[in-house]
Design a protein around this ligand. Sequence first.
Ligand code: NAD
Ligand code: ZN
Length: 346
Amino acid sequence: MKALQYREIGSRPEVVSIPDPVVGPGQVLLTVTAAGVCHSDEFIMGLPAEQYVYGLPLTLGHEGAGIVEAVGAGVSGVRPGDAVAVYGPWGCGRCLMCARGEENYCLNAQADGIRPPGLGAPGAMAEYMIVDDERHLVPLGGLDPVKNVSLTDAGLTPYHAIKTSLPKLGAGTTAVVIGTGGLGHVGIQILRAISGATVIALDVNQEKLDLATEVGAQHTLLSNPDAVAAVRELTGGRGANAVFDFVGVQPTVELAGAMAATDGDVTIVGIGGGALPVGFGRVAYDVAVRAPYWGSRSELIEVLDLARSGAVEVEIETYTLDEAPKAYERLHAGAIRGRAVIIPNA
Ligand code: NAD
Ligand code: ZN
């Protein structure tokens, strides 16, 4: 089969021919219908050899959807022909966090060498993919796989971050979204759908800000130090009750900290390596800062339900597998509007 692989440190991803995978006991073989392109792929492909832990060659694609092609011995919950989305942050399935459905925080994944597809295990940017357990599959329930595949990360990750801050986002409150790319433009829609907050979007690119307005942000600002005063002005001096930073570089985490209101939340989702100093007097009173990872199994079910209700629609650009390297070039250049989605069996 054809697959998009990252093969050598510092190289660009390439389309290669590899053997078709064979389904083992307990596993599920999918014909991939869609695979999303995430900035995290770009991040890991930029790591030096000593920090790169994802194995080579790596078949990319941690946002995946497919049709069940075959099931291994003992699989009874899905059958050939089922249309499914893949829950990506695989865990051991047995520890306390996994029992809660929070496999993204599995206590054993690291020690047991369990890695998400596309981030260690072979991913969705291939004609077929293996899913290690049927519990990682959520029925699409009529949702178009191409339009919705990115909900498995670009939807699930902001959903998890926003849900944690919901108690602080009633009517009359303000949420700031920094970085209105793949995750951010979905985050804005989730905020509008499940919270009472007014949404202010920040980006460095005017086209991304236009997209932010289209998907529901009430205000947009260029992401620079002036945005702090602008947010204070828009909020009657109070600041933002929650700031979601989908960039996470030093300048954006500093903006996030500076614009958070008393008792506000700062959530650093972007993996840009920024660090926010927290201590008395460094941020407003009682500001909470967190850096979450992906989301839980139940939250993926919820986010797909939200899409089915019509409240969330991912803006997509589509590519065949042969064109996938071009999608990564455009991601690298910051040119993608919303999310790029690869259709491996187009
Ligand atoms: P993306 O490339 O689609 O979007 C990034 C956006 O940020 C773009 O619109 C870009 O113009 C904007 N941007 C860049 N610099 C900025 C700045 N200084 N201020 C404001 N905006 C700026 O990326 P994505 O796929 O949405 O991913 C966003 C981040 O989230 C990445 O760092 C990614 O690795 C990370 N991520 C984290 C998790 C997690 O679980 N924590 C999961 C998925 C992705
Ligand atoms: Zn991702």
